[in-house]
Write a protein that binds this ligand. Structure first.
Ligand SMILES: C[S@@+](CC[C@H](N)C(=O)[O-])C[C@H]1O[C@@H](n2cnc3c(N)ncnc32)[C@H](O)[C@@H]1O
Length: 225
């Protein structure tokens, strides 16, 4: 599956930011800000996994929640689409796969991942990799759309599932990519399962915050020593 996901992000890279803002009515910016507030202090070396076009990296620097950010994404076109936004901002980036991160053990003081986790073929393996590249006690922040588990979120996603492919077809000329966005949420973990997986993979001290009645979730934890 990862090959088709990579190709899909490659196809929509140029329109990704525009569609993000439209489909979330610009709420995605506030969702990232609220999630970043969960980070303690200002970690030195921060990994932004599945960084896409660098929105989270930029917001983390602006909010004083990272001293430096390194982005990693397996889609080169997504990194290229965001390149203009990070010029002169001190953000570096590498093409790399979440399931085999190209970094030595303990390379980062914190790691974050916004709306990337549900795209990974093996969510548990990605957590093992994140744990490996974090220092002991390092912080992990995940933002994600989890499988709806309440009446409101089920209703929201039922509606969204009809609108997103339409907007994708009109703006990105790719209805399939935005059908995938909806389907990947429905096929992912629910919030409780996500918490359990974090704990099972050696993360502790879990904190969470939600936005828009649970449509977007942020989970924060520390790497156990
Ligand atoms: C929905 S976008 C999120 C981008 C960005 N974090 C944001 O908040 O806008 C998901 C990103 O995950 C990346 N991605 C998906 N699977 C990946 C993998 N196995 N390794 C690295 N990046 C991956 C995609 O290329 C895409 O840029």
């Amino acid at each position: 599956m990862s090959q088709s996901v990579k190709q899909m992000f490659g196809r929509i890279a140029c329109r990704y930011d525009l569609l993000n803002r439209l489909l979330s009515a610009r709420r995605d910016v506030g969702w990232r800000s609220k999630a970043l507030a969960l980070i303690d202090g200002r970690p030195e070396r921060v990994l932004d996994l599945a960084c896409g076009t660098f929105d989270l990296a930029l917001q983390a620097l602006a909010a004083g929640k990272a001293a430096s950010v390194h982005g990693c994404d397996f889609s080169h076109p997504m990194l290229v689409a965001g390149r203009g936004k990070i010029a002169g901002r001190g953000i570096s980036a590498t093409v790399g796969d979440a399931l085999a991160l190209p970094y030595a053990d303990g390379s980062f003081d914190a790691a974050m991942c916004a709306y990337g986790w549900r795209n990974f073929d093996d969510p548990a393996a990605a957590l093992r990799e994140l744990r490996r590249v974090l220092v002991p006690d390092g912080q992990l922040l995940i933002l994600e759309f989890f499988r709806p588990s309440t009446l409101w979120t089920r209703t929201f996603y039922a509606t969204f599932g009809r609108i997103a492919p339409l907007a994708g077809a009109l703006i990105a000329r790719d209805a399939g990519a935005y059908r995938y966005l909806h389907d990947s949420v429905q096929g992912f973990l629910d919030p409780d399962q996500a918490r359990d997986l974090l704990t099972a993979q050696g993360f502790t001290g879990l904190r969470a915050s939600t936005c828009f009645g649970g449509v977007s979730h942020a989970l924060w934890a520390r790497r156990s020593p």
